[in-house]
Design a protein around this ligand. Structure first.
Ligand SMILES: [Zn+2]
Length: 345
């Protein structure tokens, strides 16, 4: 695993709609690891192995993260914001943030007080970012409406192969699909392998739509993160008994292709790797749903990394789960053949 590159991705700002800096890094990183690397008009980066093969498998991990966008500037020079994706407004007060301006990163502190910290109904529009500006005119010399904002957090290593950082959702997925493709190439995969770091998953799903519509894959695998039932997680009755460090998670729901899950499970068995299982009652809320409904319809599966405190400033995941997911998907790509029959009977 290239930890240095992974941590670099996790330290890069990529709020939905503003993913270019991160996508450029992936584009450069993949140059010598794929047969072809392209970028489309939305900024999706696609790495390809065996570009002339007619049977195509698409792996997608989303490059964008949730965050805020500057919506207005008060007369006192503080910034007002709107939410981009599913943020928790109560996690922001009292924290440092990064504002991604056309002249680089500007830092700010999100205003807090005893009253604000007690307000459980806080909304993004209630937040005020103090950048130290004297007044509105001063602030607007540095900030434009539409600039995006993330927490000012760094990646740190914890005990037992765990890491913490913001928005591992889903920059670890974007990293995983690229490393899996590179590994599958080394191991001689024969089908067309396409790995995409998609844009816009947290807001529009457009990145996955553009990618799958154009690639027209026979199979799509979304790689994302999922809630855990361990350590302040959610009830296992809702989605399953899922823990950090116990392996990639396969999802069962009405639209996920059962034969693909069987194939993924067989690959894990071959690698002597533990996998976990989760259930989703309807849509998965991932790029998988989007890819599934492109073109004439695409069979899909969802492979997830267990993640504690999702959409919080400091999520917790496991490097071991990330490596296992890379190995599992590489094995899957190598196992796929052009004559795979995906009909249920
Ligand atoms: Zn996600």
């Amino acid at each position: 695993m290239n930890k240095e590159f992974l941590f670099d991705l996790l330290s890069t700002g990529s709020v939905s709609g503003n993913e270019t800096e991160l996508e450029k890094k992936i584009y450069d990183y993949m140059q010598d690891k794929a047969d072809q690397v392209t970028v489309d008009e939305l900024g999706n980066v696609t790495a390809v192995v065996n570009p002339t093969a007619t049977f195509k498998v698409l792996l997608a991990g989303h490059a964008d993260e949730i965050g805020l966008m500057v919506s207005a500037v008060g007369n006192d020079g503080t910034l007002m914001v709107t939410e981009i994706g599913g943020i928790y407004p109560t996690t922001y007060p009292g924290h440092k943030v990064r504002i991604y301006t056309k002249n680089g990163i500007l830092y700010g502190a999100v205003a807090n007080s005893r009253d604000i910290s007690k307000n459980k109904e806080l909304e993004a529009s209630d937040l005020r970012i103090d950048i130290g500006a004297k007044d509105k005119e001063d602030a607007l010399k540095y900030v434009e409406l539409g600039d995006t904002v993330t927490f000012d957090t760094d990646v740190r290593e914890l005990l037992n192969d765990c890491i913490t950082g913001r928005a591992m959702d889903d920059r670890i997925g974007a990293y995983i699909v690229m490393e899996a493709l590179a590994e599958a190439r080394k191991r001689g995969a024969t089908v067309g392998c396409y790995s995409v770091s998609t844009t816009g998953e947290e807001t529009t799903g457009n990145g996955a739509y553009f990618s799958a519509s154009r690639i027209k894959p026979n199979i799509a695998i979304a790689v994302d993160v999922t809630y855990t039932s361990d350590n302040c997680g959610i009830s296992e009755a809702l989605t399953g008994d899922v823990s950090v460090g116990k392996g990639p998670v396969l999802c069962n729901n009405p639209s996920i292709h059962k034969k693909l899950n069987v194939c993924l499970r067989d690959c894990a068995k071959k690698l002597n790797m533990a996998v976990q299982t989760e259930a989703a009652s309807g849509r998965t809320g991932t790029d998988g749903d989007t890819m599934h409904r492109t073109g004439i319809g695409v069979p899909f599966a969802l492979v997830s990394i267990p993640l504690r405190y999702m959409h919080n400033p400091d999520e917790v995941g496991s490097l071991k789960d990330i490596q296992d997911c890379i190995d599992l998907l590489a094995e899957f790509l190598v196992t796929c053949t052009a004559d795979m029959d995906l009909k249920p009977f």
